[in-house]
Design a protein around this ligand. Structure first.
Ligand SMILES: CC(=O)SCCNC(=O)CCNC(=O)[C@H](O)C(C)(C)COP(=O)(O)OP(=O)(O)OC[C@H]1O[C@@H](n2cnc3c(N)ncnc32)[C@H](O)[C@@H]1OP(=O)(O)O
Ligand SMILES: O=CC(=O)O
Ligand SMILES: [Mg+2]
Length: 543
């Protein structure tokens, strides 16, 4: 790593910044660093403990157990309570655009006409130090209204007036990730480096430190999307963090608001509990379907009967996904919370009208399913999809939300949430998983966390499905493609073989890192244990 060690004497040399990026000094001021170091000291122990709990739970599933509703929280599920009122700025969230945090994306997303913009440090951002600093800088300038950008061709991007902009919601990274560029409590006398701080606390803490007062003054939050939670204890930790930030920054109680992504299988069994743990500050749950599918594979990796068919066949019509999304609507509406839909992976296809129409039709059908199921809003990955989503939600959701649709007809039992799926693995599906993993990883290592591949949006969540499937299919052994060929490592090696030469001839993002990506995928796929996240080993390879 081309690291520059920056000592911060004002904080007693107890925090080191390893890295250098334009604009960093204006963000990582001594008071901001003192604020971050304090977050680390207060909450790091609990975070570590919760990550250990995840591992213990997983060990139970690996030993043959299956997720279930908790006996110790039955009273929370049965109780008659509601979340705190939702602020006006988040009352109507029918269309939300999501995307990485580089300045052009931020401007385009805020100007896009969507109700809200989820500025994403998670699935769609490769967390290079340069990307993180640039993203925090762009958001800070967006909050004060000065952000602008000029591209290489000289085209200028500027923000629309605030009343015409989407409401900003920031997604910090998940609890599993460290921020290796911020080391807290080094002890040089004993030759000890500091501890890496939590990436979640870095993203959220730094954003709040610089923007909370301005946003609160305009009744615009700060608002957050919280990713990849697995339990109500993790939600409770977030709640303590948010309460602490409010106190430290002298904000009113419960000024910070959160929407939690239900995107892990264990969390689907604790939706009520998560809402309850954050009840003063939560405004909704979201169906993070791509990570959810990944988590289903990962959680049930030892359960051969729950292996999934190829990605293209894992649609929201699969019973386990239908049950999860409908349970989310029912749970949210009972508690007065928004039940947000998720992302359709199709994106516009500029050079083929017929293919473009087909892609838009699939997005439309997905949004129609969501609004009919009772969702109060949805996500789009690209500005050109906003009219499609808006048209569907405007036609079927007449008020700002549809909380009145209680969905008491939904059962979504434990068996429904775990229901095995029908389907096949085709050669094309297998090879596509290999290609997506390699191309996505190469782009990610090159600093790009979201790329179009074969006209689908691919990010850390969608790529994880492909990676976890390959591991599961190959390690279960004895599986066959629909043409009868064995699914084995020879098939995997053959799929990898021609990729470098093929991709070298195409202008794919991160092409110079394709061989490195192949190496990472090869190790992850051969490993005895399924790695928790592909971004963990990959993170050690980026600046
Ligand atoms: C599983 C999940 O977590 S989903 C949430 C995380 N994933 C995302 O947020 C996906 C975000 N989307 C994207 O990053 C992009 O749309 C991609 C990578 C999928 C496609 O990007 P591109 O190929 O560059 O799209 P395309 O060339 O059609 O873009 C056209 C214009 O729209 C802009 N644009 C595209 N997507 C977005 C977006 N999500 N937000 C804002 N602007 C966008 C581009 O910047 C470009 O602007 P310009 O004309 O001013 O240069
Ligand atoms: O974050 C969203 C998802 O689908 O994963
Ligand atoms: Mg996700």
């Amino acid at each position: 790593m081309s690291a520059v060690l920056q000592r911060v004497p004002e904080v007693g040399e107890r925090i080191e910044i390893v890295g250098r990026a334009p604009g960093q000094d204006g963000l990582l001021t001594p008071p901001a660093l003192a604020f971050l170091a304090d977050l680390h000291r207060r909450f790091e122990g609990e975070r570590r403990g919760l990550l250990e709990s995840r591992a213990r739970r997983q060990a139970g599933y690996d030993a043959g157990g299956l997720p279930d509703f908790r006996a110790d929280t039955a009273a929370i599920r049965a109780g008659d309570w509601r979340i705190a009122p939702i602020p006006a700025a988040l009352a109507d969230r029918r269309v939300e655009i999501t995307g990485p945090v580089d300045p052009k994306m931020v401007i385009n997303a805020l100007n896009s006409g969507a109700n809200c913009y989820m500025a994403d440090f998670e699935d769609s951002t490769a967390p290079t130090w340069a990307n993180l600093v640039e993203g925090q800088r762009a958001l800070r300038e967006a909050v004060i209204g000065t952000l602008d950008f000029v591209n290489q061709a000289g085209k200028r991007y500027a923000l629309k007036p605030e009343a015409e902009r989407a409401v900003l919601i920031v997604r910090p990274r998940g609890w599993h990730l460290d921020e290796k560029h911020v080391l807290v409590d080094a002890c040089p006398e004993q030759g000890r480096r500091g501890e890496r701080m939590s990436a979640s606390l870095f993203d959220l803490g730094l954003f709040c430190f610089h923007n909370a007062a301005a946003l609160a003054a305009r009744d615009r939050g700060p608002y957050f999307y919280l990713p990849k939670l697995q339990s109500m204890e993790e939600a409770a930790l977030w709640n303590r963090v948010l309460a602490h930030v409010e106190r430290e920054l002298r904000l009113p109680h419960a000024q910070l608001k959160a929407t939690v992504l239900i995107e892990t299988l264990p969390a689907a069994f604790e939706m009520d509990e998560i809402l309850h743990a954050l009840r003063d500050r939560i405004v909704g749950l979201n169906c993070g379907r791509w990570d959810y599918i990944f988590s289903y594979i990962k959680t049930l990796r030892a359960h051969r009967d729950r292996a999934l068919p190829e990605r293209a066949q894992v649609t929201m019509a699969q019973p386990f996904l239908k049950a999860y999304s409908e349970r989310l609507v029912r749970t949210c509406h009972r508690r007065g919370a928004h039940a947000m839909g998720g992302m359709a992976a199709q994106i516009p296809i500029g050079n083929d009208d017929e293919a473009n129409d087909a892609a838009l039709a699939r997005v439309r059908a997905d949004k129609l399913r969501e609004v009919a199921a009772g969702h109060d809003g949805t996500w789009v990955a690209h500005p050109a999809l906003i009219p499609v989503a808006r048209e569907v939600f405007d036609a079927y959701m007449l008020g700002a939300n549809q909380h009145e649709m209680l969905r008491e007809d939904v059962v979504a039992s434990r068996d429904d949430l775990l229901r095995p799926s029908l389907g096949t693995i085709t050669r094309k599906g297998f090879e596509n998983n290999v290609e997506v993993c390699v191309r996505y990883l190469a782009a990610w290592l090159d600093g790009n966390g979201c790329v179009p591949i074969h006209y689908l949006m691919e990010d850390a969540a969608t790529a994880e499905i492909a990676r976890a499937q390959l591991w599961q299919w190959l390690h279960h052994g004895g599986l066959h493609l629909d043409d009868g060929s064995p699914v084995d490592f020879a098939l995997f090696e053959r799929a990898l073989l021609n990729l470098p030469s093929r991709l070298a001839g195409e202008s794919v993002p991160g092409v110079s890192r394709v061989r490195e990506a192949i190496g990472v995928l090869d190790r992850l796929t051969h490993a005895e244990q399924l790695a928790e996240f592909l971004t963990l080993p990959a993170y050690e390879r980026i600046d």
